[in-house]
Design a binder for this molecule. Structure first.
Ligand code: SAH
Ligand code: SF4
Length: 401
């Protein structure tokens, strides 16, 4: 799809050693209260906690520092105690792939477990588009669900990511994009010209975020914090396969934008494509969307619909999709299927996607087609991501689709 040239850089390990023995606990991923408790544990008196927490927060999330020694407004003595007790190390970058259009993918190795064995790997993808840049992050290693068109679904779940590891993806991306106030990107190709490189976050990487809600919530609170990373919740989108009982909490407690992996308009087909549908069928899912806290025409729910040739892409399906979503403030994203080795599906023909999109369009949904950027870099390692962006008509023509 994308014709862009790709460079692959195998970077030298920059994070915790794969078998470096016991690793001190990290301060990344803790809320202010928990951070205060850690400081208190190091002897910071109650009355100074607020100020000290603010100072640390500033260094961690506004300045992106990983070395306590650089935190110049913190007393030398406390810096020493912090350095002796905690780490601020990032996940290690195992590989970085950069497309000429600026799309980047990082393969990150997580810190080793207590047994000292190398940590598992996850993927994080950055997609720049004009003035905006979207970071697609993972919430689990693998996924317990087994959607038949998804490569992640074929991988054994290793575990939920911690809040540290979820926030860590944002921090690594900001490191590599040079998004800290006193930094600059190594390679500015394709990046937004503005200082903000990551304007949006989507939880659309590996895993089902609503099965790891507490950690996702803790991490997104940090990402949205106005004194730190400052990615507003209106610019954070959580994509779920439809874990109905958690949807209400997601809106009420976290308040981020919601995306639903719908992919089929009939229960029999959705049971097959997205097997969690057997537990939470379409009617229940859509009811949870209708009542999603905060949903409005200004805060629409995105419905993702992967285009599978001859499976869910008929004109009747398109009409039913429009009918089903009537009354829900919705956006529709048609996602051309991203094939992977051994996948039992093919991507719908472009003409069919256009016919399908036309019906969706006529029903009042603008620009419904998204296509994965950097599809070639995903294919290079046989892995799939849904990180995708709207493709303009002219870009589609250029891609020859
Ligand atoms: N587990 C969550 C979020 C991660 S998947 C969910 O399912 O929503 C993010 C999106 O990528 C989902 O809409 C998913 O259905 C879609 N997706 C998965 N595999 C895909 C593929 N091979 N081609 C296109 N989209 C895919
Ligand atoms: Fe898991 Fe989402 Fe893939 Fe389904 S589509 S297997 S829920 S990651």
């Amino acid at each position: 799809m994308s014709e862009s040239a790709i460079t692959l850089a195998e970077t030298a390990p920059s994070g915790p050693a794969a078998n470096g023995g016991e690793r001190p606990p990290s301060l990344i991923g803790l809320g202010r209260e928990a951070l205060g408790a850690r400081l208190h544990g190091l002897g910071v008196p109650e009355r100074a906690l607020r100020m000290r927490v603010s100072q640390l927060w500033h260094w961690l999330y506004l300045r992106g520092r990983t070395d306590f020694a650089e935190m110049t407004n913190v007393s030398k003595d406390l810096r020493g105690r912090l350095a002796g007790a905690f780490t601020l190390a990032r996940p290690e970058i195992s590989a970085e792939q950069v497309s000429a259009d600026g799309t980047r993918k990082w393969l990150l190795r997580l810190a080793p477990g207590d047994d000292g064995r190398p940590g598992p790997e996850i993927e994080t993808v950055y997609i720049p588009e004009d003035a905006r840049g979207t970071l697609c992050i993972s919430s689990q290693v693998g996924c317990t669900l087994t959607c038949t068109f998804c490569h992640t679904g074929t991988q054994r779940l290793v575990r939920n990511l911690t809040a540290e590891e979820i926030v860590g993806q944002v921090l690594v991306a900001r490191d590599r994009l040079g998004e800290w106030p006193d930094a600059a990107p190594d390679d500015p190709t394709g990046l937004p010209a503005s200082e903000r490189k990551i304007t949006n976050i989507v939880l659309m990487g590996m895993g089902e975020p609503l099965y790891n809600f507490e950690n996702v919530k803790a991490a997104m609170e940090i990402a949205a914090d106005g004194e730190g990373l400052s990615v507003s919740k209106r610019r954070i989108t959580l994509s779920t396969s439809g874990i109905v009982p958690m949807i209400e909490r997601c809106g009420a407690e976290l308040g981020v934008m919601l995306a639903i992996s719908l992919h089929a308009v009939r229960d029999d087909l959705r049971d097959e494509l997205v097997p969690i549908n057997r537990k939470y069928p379409i009617a229940e899912l859509l009811e949870a969307c209708r009542t999603y806290p905060g949903v409005s025409n200004a805060r629409r729910i995105t419905f993702e619909y992967v285009m599978l040739k001859g499976v869910n892409d008929s004109i009747a399906d398109a009409k039913e999709l429009v009918r089903l979503l009537a009354g829900i403030p919705a956006k529709i994203n048609l996602i051309p299927f991203n094939p992977w080795p051994g996948a039992p599906y093919a991507c719908s023909d472009w003409e069919q996607i256009e016919r399908f999109a036309e019906i969706v369009n006529r029903a009042g949904y603008a620009s419904p087609v998204r296509t994965p950027r950097g599809r070639d870099i995903m294919a290079a390692c046989g892995q799939l991501k849904s990180a995708s962006v709207k493709l303009s008509a002219s870009a589609r023509r250029r891609a020859g689709a």
